[in-house]
Design a binder for this molecule. Structure first.
Ligand code: GDP
Ligand code: MG
Length: 196
């Protein structure tokens, strides 16, 4: 309640990306962000304020409303299904660029029980690199670590990939709230280091 007149030193935009059903929305729900705005374009963002180095940092985390397809895979889809309307494509592109515009951080999520979602990480990464600032901070997140017996992506493989691509990496469980806070905080601290 003491925060009403708090001065905001920085506003950072972070996007959540990755295949559908990997747990992006649950990761966000775990973080006790406040729902700030619901855009009409099929995305929404939530905000949370952090204090680092006595600086007040407002973070907007953008989440998709269940239309996860990178525009790269959408173009493939378009080639395979030429009937997909030009209008639909154009609208999708407009939404996609609004989603990425101004992002300084990304949390790229896969489901460690679903190898396909890990295989698609390279594609999501390519989309990020095409559409965002080259200094963007990226955290690769292998979610659903609570489902250990169903693990289908080796932690070594993910680590190696992250190292090669210069990403932070963490396994999380949105269900058990394991590493969720740490994942967001790591990204924000690194953004602060780079962009402040
Ligand atoms: P999104 O499409 O990437 O936003 O995925 P959601 O957040 O909607 O989650 C998809 C499904 O996975 C839901 O049924 C969630 O309850 C479930 N889920 C998300 N995170 C976890 C997790 O860490 N562990 C388990 N066991 N299930 C999860
Ligand atoms: Mg979602």
């Amino acid at each position: 309640h003491a925060d009403f007149n708090q001065k905001i030193d920085y506003v950072f935009k972070v996007v959540l990306i990755g295949d559908s059903a990997v747990g992006k929305s649950q990761l966000l729900a775990r973080n006790e962000f406040s729902l700030d705005s619901k855009a009409t374009i099929g995305v929404e963002f939530q905000t949370k304020t952090f204090v680092i180095d006595h600086k007040t940092i407002k973070t907007q985390i953008w989440d998709t409303a269940g239309q996860e397809k990178s525009s790269l895979s959408l173009s493939e889809h378009h080639m395979a299904f030429p009937s997909l309307s030009q209008y639909g494509i154009r609208r999708y592109r407009a939404v996609t660029s609004a989603y990425y515009r101004g992002a300084v951080g990304a949390i790229l999520v896969y489901d460690m029980t679903k190898p396909q979602t890990f295989e698609h990480v390279a594609r999501w990464l390519e989309e990020l690199r095409v559409r965002t600032d080259k200094n963007i901070v990226i955290m690769l997140v292998g979610n659903k670590s609570d489902l250990g017996s169903l693990r289908a992506v080796a932690v070594e493989d993910a680590k190696e990939f992250a190292q090669k691509e210069n990403l932070f990496f963490m396994e999380t469980s949105a269900l058990e709230a394991t590493n969720v806070e740490t994942a967001f905080l790591t990204v924000i601290t690194e953004i602060y280091r780079i962009f402040s």
